[in-house]
Design a protein around this ligand. Structure first.
Ligand code: IPD
Ligand code: CA
Ligand code: CA
Ligand code: CA
Length: 263
């Protein structure tokens, strides 16, 4: 790994630790909560302040890079050329508001569209999952994370977003039926952590680039597959119906899509 990437990683970890402290500090006061597009799509003063804090830090570390942030304080991206940082200041805002738990701070760093480093910070458990090809592995704080077992759909639990199952989008009910069961966490970042811990074998959800940028890097580094529900690469400038799964479970799920069967 190059010296530059190693130094960048050290700096990003320091930035994220400071961001976590800021978030914990702000959680001592009442949150200001607003609806974005509907009553289930929230944003708080903490989402906004944390994105501004992170983007200011990223600009200092990497002044020529492009930055994409969910709350709009970054650049308007039209291309993935060069270095691109993708930031989700609070992933799982509904959990943040309702549970004060089960949310994450996430950063993905891409070079010419290829994931290089990923960071998912489980704030309340104080565990920072980080890694990527530039580090040659993934760590949970200082502990190396090993690749999850390559199990079939029938042999494990699958994470999903509720509406996909309710509306049976992309044969979700059949997929859940064929699995050992479904779990819903309310945060794409926490779902990635559940996969890294071997608690679930995959996750299916409609996601924006910031929901999956960090996770895609970490999953790929651990041999977990990330694609669209049709098995295609993600478009990191748009939203995707994302399938994250072990190799065997991905095969099982793509077969269900191909068979086009209903329960
Ligand atoms: C959301 C969460 C949620 C997923 C949504 C995302 P946000 O992110 O990751 O689990 O189902 O699609 O938008 O808005 O809380 O950062
Ligand atoms: Ca949001
Ligand atoms: Ca998110
Ligand atoms: Ca968010």
């Amino acid at each position: 790994m190059s010296q530059d990437w190693q130094q960048l990683n050290t700096d990003v970890i320091a930035l994220l630790k400071e961001a976590r402290q800021n978030v914990l500090q702000k959680m001592r006061n009442p949150l200001t909560v607003a609806e974005k597009t509907n009553r289930k799509d929230l944003v708080t003063n903490v989402d906004k302040a944390n994105e501004q804090f992170l983007i200011a830090g990223i600009r200092r570390l990497d002044p020529t890079a492009q930055v994409l942030g969910e709350e709009g304080f970054g650049d308007h991206l039209t291309s993935l050329q060069g270095r691109v940082w993708i930031v989700d200041p609070i992933d799982g805002t509904m959990n943040f508001v309702k549970q004060q738990d089960n949310f994450a701070i996430m950063i993905g760093i891409y070079q010419d569209g290829v994931g290089q480093l990923g960071y998912i910070f489980d704030v309340m458990n104080n565990v920072l999952y980080h890694g990527g090809p530039q580090l040659g592995g993934v760590w949970a704080n200082e502990r190396p994370v090993s690749a999850p077992a390559d199990i079939a759909l029938a042999d494990g639990l699958i994470g999903a977003s509720g509406p996909l199952v309710i509306h049976d989008v992309a044969h979700m009910q059949k997929i859940v039926h064929d699995s050992a069961g479904m779990r819903i966490s309310g945060s794409a970042g926490i779902e990635m952590i559940n996969i890294m811990k071997g608690e679930t074998l995959g996750y299916i959800s409609h996601l924006k680039p910031w929901d999956i940028a960090a996770g895609q890097v970490l999953m790929n580094t651990l041999g977990v597959q990330v694609s669209t529900i049709d098995g295609q690469p993600l478009d990191m400038l748009s939203s995707n119906l994302v399938l994250v799964a072990t190799k065997k479970a991905q095969r099982d799920i793509l077969q269900i899509e191909e068979d086009d069967v209903s329960l």
